[in-house]
Design a protein. Structure first.
Length: 277
């Protein structure tokens, strides 16, 4: 019990020490880094390249994410590769930013992917945003807004959510009915009838206090039907320790959109044309 209390006191002190500065109207992201999950194969995409290199409005989805991070002032980026890693490595060599890559040899879930970036996380400290590399509409406004809330509430973790018309297939954001505080992220397969009615869903993007994330990263287990390590379980573990964690609701439901097949990719391109023309 004393060990648990000491851990909570340590992280509360750590979280309270964070500071945000603004320089020339842009949020300073010193001690802020990013991990992009880009290991997916995309078996239904009818392509031999990694899914994150699929093109939306003339550029790979991965580039959309990097651009949003750059606009947010985040320069320290690590990309977790997997399927045909050489394709992503070769692409990144042509880009202006120096971006680190790490390899996930087995696709064992999002939590496992972040484990591959452990050394990157240890080197950078501060706070880290973790994003899916196939969600091109995760924009700088959302990333920055989520960080501001994350910092102002001294949270150990902040999940980026969105409200959608059809939440089927997404993890639901469960909040306290009286306070609105985050209680859990419940996957669809685990949700009861009331939870399935919730239309606020997990985008797959998170801000974490890096030290807090590292403290629970290897406590994530694969005790589930898929035998995979899920990143939302890190947030669950932090909540169970009594550490503050929250959810930031993005302004646009497009934030959660990705593509798993050519039709969905075509839909992303159509949305992008309407948005950015």
């Amino acid at each position: 019990m004393d060990t648990c209390k000491n851990s909570i006191m340590y992280f509360c002190a750590l979280l309270a020490a964070r500071r945000v500065h603004k320089e020339n109207g842009v949020l300073s992201m010193a001690q802020r880094s990013a991990v992009i999950l880009a290991g997916g194969e995309g078996k239904r995409m009818n392509s031999d390249k990694p899914k994150t290199l699929s093109i939306v409005l003339g550029k790979p989805m991965l580039r959309w994410i990097i651009d949003s991070l750059s606009e947010s002032g985040i320069k320290d980026i690590c990309v977790v590769t997997g399927y045909r890693k050489e394709c992503i490595e070769d692409y990144l060599k042509t880009q202006p930013e120096p971006i680190q890559t790490v390899f996930q040899s087995e696709r064992l879930g999002t939590g496992h992917a972040v484990m591959m970036a452990e050394e990157f996380l240890k080197r950078h400290g501060g706070d880290v945003v973790i994003l899916n590399g196939d969600a091109p509409f995760m924009d700088a406004q959302t990333i920055t807004g989520a960080f501001i809330q994350h910092d102002e509430t001294n949270s150990s973790a902040t999940v980026i959510s969105a409200r959608v018309d059809d939440p089927t297939g997404y993890g639901r954001i469960v909040r306290d009915k009286e306070t609105g505080a985050l209680k859990a992220i419940t996957e669809q397969k685990d949700a009861d009838s009331e939870t399935l009615k919730i239309n606020e869903v997990n985008s797959g993007g998170y801000w974490f206090d890096t030290a807090a994330l590292l403290s629970v990263l290897h406590k994530i287990t694969a005790n589930n039907n898929a035998a995979e390590y899920y990143l939302p379980d890190a947030l669950k573990l932090l909540l169970e320790q009594g550490l503050p964690a929250g959810a930031y609701t993005a302004a646009s439901s497009d934030t959660v959109l990705g593509a798993n097949d050519p039709q969905q990719l075509a839909e992303l391109n159509e949305i992008a044309r309407k948005k950015f023309g």
